[in-house]
Design a protein. Structure first.
Length: 129
């Protein structure tokens, strides 16, 4: 238990250091795990799509589904795919834009942090006057 302000700030410093050290230790593992999850989910989605595609293709050929119906379905699917592709591109651009905004905000903060802390220091020094 802190007996004076120096003890308090020393304890605060140790706790902050411990928290940042833990974060620095675990972040690479989190990043790798997220990357692995992304890869595995992509592979599962791709495999499921192609397996279902082949099953449906063989089934509809087997039951004699009309070629005219396939032509209509192909046109619908192609138009839908183009629209979905535009939508997906917009979503990706928006996500990248938001991530870039935050990255640049933190870069700006980091490049000016010493100036901001100097202002804060002067404020506290002059607040007792």
């Amino acid at each position: 238990m802190a007996e004076n302000s120096d003890d308090y700030f020393e304890t605060l410093s140790k706790v902050f250091q411990k928290n940042f050290s833990e974060t620095e230790y675990f972040v690479p593992h989190f990043q790798q795990t997220l990357f692995d999850l992304q890869n595995e989910s992509y592979k599962a989605m791709k495999d499921a799509f192609f397996h279902n595609y082949n099953i449906n293709r063989n089934y509809y050929k087997k039951i004699g589904f009309s070629d005219d119906a396939f032509k209509i379905l192909a046109q619908i699917f192609e138009l839908q795919s183009e629209e979905y592709s535009k939508f997906r591109k917009n979503i990706h651009n928006n996500i990248i834009s938001v991530l870039e905004f935050y990255k640049n905000s933190f870069k700006l903060w980091n490049s000016n942090s010493s100036t901001l802390f100097e202002f804060q220091k002067k404020f506290f020094e002059n607040s007792n006057d």
